[in-house]
Structure formats: C-alpha cells, structure tokens
Design a protein. Structure first.
Length: 82
C-alpha cells in the first residue's frame, strides 16, 4: 500500500494493519540494517512516518532468528484485531 504525501511522493510499508476501529498501522521490518543504502532509505522513511503518519509506525528488526520484539509486536497486533 502506497502512503502518499506532498502530493506525488510516497513510501510503502512492509505491512499495513487495519484495526477494527478503522485506524491503520504501518509495519516496517528492518532486515538489512548496516547496509549504507538501506540505512539511508530507512532514515528518510522514518522521518516521513514521524511527520506524516505519527503514532502509526510499528518497527521490528531482523537477526539470525525472529527477534523477541517482533514476536511481542505480533501478539499485540493479534490482540488488537481479535
């Protein structure tokens, strides 16, 4: 799902979570941190989320296995949409 801002610019979250009350959350799974181009793009996207979509960002991080923080976020989302 494209999140349009400034008329013709957009970012695309990894996942969009639609809550029963109609609110939407945007989930970014950061799987390539430490790669220069990726890091630069992420910092730009983070600024857009903070300015244009405040309070709607979910972040998880990649490691050798799924992180505990990702599992906790998944459980919270399941509870919200159940």
């Amino acid at each position: 799902m494209k999140l349009v801002y400034n008329g013709d610019k957009y970012i695309e979250p990894d996942f969009t979570v639609k809550l029963p009350d109609g609110k939407q959350l945007y989930w970014e799974h950061l799987g390539m941190l430490g790669t220069e181009d990726y890091d630069e793009r992420w910092l730009y996207k983070f600024e857009v989320y903070e300015k244009r979509f405040p309070g709607q960002l979910i972040k998880t991080y990649e490691g050798a296995t799924i992180t505990t923080s990702a599992l906790v976020k998944i459980k919270k989302i399941k509870a919200l949409i159940a």
